[in-house]
Design a protein around this ligand. Structure first.
Ligand SMILES: [Zn+2]
Ligand SMILES: [Zn+2]
Length: 104
């Protein structure tokens, strides 16, 4: 199963120009470059595991959107080709939520 980097959309304006503002494994705070809204990513177990996950060929930059796995706390959380979210470290299927939304 090939994966790609996590892509997020701003919950307020829908922009994909979303950057991670902190250090890995810290607060998961993101900011929208278009409207300055800040929000945090949160994952929940969606049930089931996937095997044979191939991480993206290009590792994410430090400013790329990131999320922590609800099961193992890894930040190797990626999207599959059908846009579902999976942890490459433990294979858990995840559901992504955006919390702490603060419009800019
Ligand atoms: Zn926005
Ligand atoms: Zn995991």
């Amino acid at each position: 199963m090939k994966t790609r980097k996590l892509a997020l959309r701003c919950p307020v304006c829908g922009s994909s120009e979303v950057a991670y503002t902190c250090t890995p494994n810290c607060c998961f705070n993101h900011v929208c470059a278009d409207c300055s809204t800040t929000f945090e990513t949160l994952t929940a177990r969606a049930g089931g595991r996937m095997s044979g996950i191939i991480p993206p060929a290009e590792p994410p930059d430090s400013t790329d959107p990131t999320a922590g796995c609800a099961a193992c706390l890894s930040t190797e959380v990626y999207m599959t080709e059908d846009d579902s979210i999976v942890c490459a470290a433990c294979g858990m299927n995840l559901a992504l939520e955006l919390t702490e939304v603060a419009p800019g």
